[in-house]
Design a protein around this ligand. Structure first.
Ligand code: VG1
Ligand code: CO
Length: 542
């Protein structure tokens, strides 16, 4: 039986950089999730006869939300709903499943790197038939639907047992519960040289993977332990927990400090890595050396041909605009097209779909390729293991050799979190108004050469996206980007991205924050951000 429930538009259901994110208490208010899900169905022209993939990162409210979405898909007369066992699917695994099964789309439940739990965050993302995050045309249609909604429909049926794989029928809909790991692990085995990695590990190479009590635990166990022969204890925090063990499942040196401490110790393993809530981000650490995501992307671009899935080379590469120019240097040396897109994986979709780019990445620890349409944490880890299995040298040596060849882009992001939203918006608006007049002016030790309010013309569909960050170039080979986060759930978060190039051969082994001191000084002089935001310094430095 299908029930129709009258409702009215709920304010603020506008998808951000990656889906709709709200406090769990907001999302779990009766009718809140339902209204947004109905608006997805309405925004995409209905679900009747369509196939949908559903799963999430296991955070608090995940299983309840999966039950609601299944019942609403049944009410909308979907042909099929493919659900990860226990309601789990990492974001990359969901993307793969959508493509593999030719589904019309998917709903992924995650607030990614944001903390979980009743007092944490929850999120819903909609992916399209290519397996990628819905482009803006689709999220705009969904948002519009949230502003006109009058009712939602839900099937009055008992909850489904999510714990065992198999198929059941509900109304017109077939609900299929699948192993969330198997298809993904098989894809990884096609792309990478598992024999070489297995031999590396068998030869005494020690690694640690920190799943941060998030969704990658079962994936890492299956791949690293079962298929590649690493010892069981190489996966840390392997059991997904609804509140991620109280942690912040964001794989960076600040939040993955347990792993960082291990990797900086005297008896550190050879290789460390971590992933985030939904498994699409990665952090790479060698013994005594942290690899910035931007550098990792560049190293992968330079060496991907060592992996069987990429032995023919790359068609082109892409990075989000704030990501460092280390990728561009590799692209230039190898004659590859290099695209700069707005922040958020959805902007890579067209480049990947049309074969313009094979490899994409973001400074926020997202790396991936055309194997799926999402960034992919374990993919990046396996890529690094594949590269190391061929190079047979420490991560520190790989980095030193890379910088000798291409020079080094010192890079850091400073986040001012949960600041006053109006103050942050004013700071951006005021600076935007000054951009045209900045060229030629000195700020601290640096001189501006060029300043722009970044906008992107998609070369495939011709869509234009404006106001994607303020980008300021300096004569001294430095760059500054300021933008507001689109994934937070409280106040505003200002992200300050800074980079400075050192061509070498001297000066390639400095501490990043000291190498960036001139850019930090120029940023203060240019924006007066600490005074304007009422903060002594950034909350998170990565
Ligand atoms: C952040 C990152 C962005 C990433 C997005 C989603 O967005 O900067 O690069 O694509 O998170 O990642 P923002 O708008 O807060 O800067 V995930 O792993 O949280 O889905
Ligand atoms: Co994520």
């Amino acid at each position: 039986m299908i029930t129709t429930i009258a409702t009215t538009p709920i304010e603020g259901q506008k998808p951000g950089t990656s889906g709709l994110r709200k406090k769990t208490r907001v999302f779990s208010t009766p009718g809140y999730l339902e209204s947004f899900v109905q608006s997805i169905w309405n925004g995409i022209g209905g679900l009747q006869g369509k196939t949908l993939v559903v799963g999430g990162d296991g955070r608090f409210f995940n299983a309840d939300a999966v039950q609601i979405i299944i019942k609403m898909a049944v009410a909308a007369r979907a042909a099929k709903v493919i659900v990860g066992q226990d309601g789990l699917l990492s974001t990359p695994a969901a993307s793969n499943l959508i493509r593999l099964r030719g589904a019309d789309g998917g709903v992924i439940l995650s607030a990614s790197h944001n903390p979980g739990g009743l007092d944490g965050d929850f999120g819903v993302k909609f992916n399209t038939a290519n397996g990628g995050p819905a482009p803006e045309s689709v999220t705009d249609a969904i948002f519009k639907a949230t502003t006109t909604i009058t009712r939602y429909q839900i099937a009055e049926s008992p909850d489904i047992d999510l714990s065992s794989v198999g198929t059941i029928h509900q109304g017109d809909t077939v609900v299929e519960l699948v192993d969330p790991v198997a298809d993904y692990a098989a894809l990884m085995e096609q792309l990478f040289d598992f024999n070489a990695i297995r031999a590396l590990i068998a030869g005494g190479f020690r690694l640690r993977f920190d799943a941060m009590h998030a969704v990658t635990g079962p994936y890492a166990r299956e791949i690293l332990v079962n298929r590649l022969g690493a010892p069981e204890d190489c996966v840390m925090n392997a059991v997904p927990l609804p509140d991620f063990g109280g942690g912040h499942p964001d794989p960076n040196p600040v939040w993955a400090h347990e792993l960082m401490a291990l990797m900086m110790a005297d008896d550190a393993p050879d290789f460390g890595a971590a992933s985030d809530g939904d498994g699409d981000r990665n952090m790479i650490v060698g013994r005594g050396v942290y690899v910035t995501p931007s550098d990792s992307l560049a190293v992968i671009a330079a060496n991907a041909h060592l992996a069987p899935g990429y032995e023919k080379g790359l068609a082109g590469v892409a990075r989000s605009m704030p990501t460092s120019c280390a990728l561009d240097r590799v692209a230039q040396a190898r004659g590859l097209d290099c695209y700069a897109t707005p922040t958020g994986w959805k902007f890579f979709g067209n480049l990947l779909d049309t074969g313009r780019a094979t490899l994409c990445g973001e400074e926020s620890a997202g790396t991936g390729s055309d194997h799926i349409r999402e960034k992919d944490g374990l993919w990046a880890v396996l890529m690094w293991l594949n590269i190391l299995a061929h190079k047979r040298c420490p991560v520190a040596d790989v980095m030193a050799a890379h910088w000798r060849e291409f020079g080094r882009d010192y890079y850091s992001r400073h986040d001012y979190e949960e600041v006053d939203a109006a103050a942050a918006q004013d700071l951006i608006t005021d600076l935007r108004a000054r951009l045209d007049a900045l060229a030629g002016q000195d700020f601290g030790p640096l001189t501006v050469t060029q300043a722009e309010d970044f906008s992107y013309l998609d070369p495939v569909d011709g869509s234009v996206t404006v106001h994607q960050g303020l980008q300021i170039h300096f004569k001294q080979g430095a760059r500054l980007v300021l933008r507001l986060s689109g994934t937070g759930t409280a106040g505003a978060t200002l992200r300050v991205y800074m980079e400075r190039y050192a061509a070498g051969p001297e000066g390639l082994a400095q501490d990043a924050q000291s190498a960036l001191a001139p850019v930090i000084a120029a940023t203060d002089a240019l924006s007066d951000l600490k005074t304007r935001l009422g903060r002594a310094g950034p909350d998170v430095v990565t």
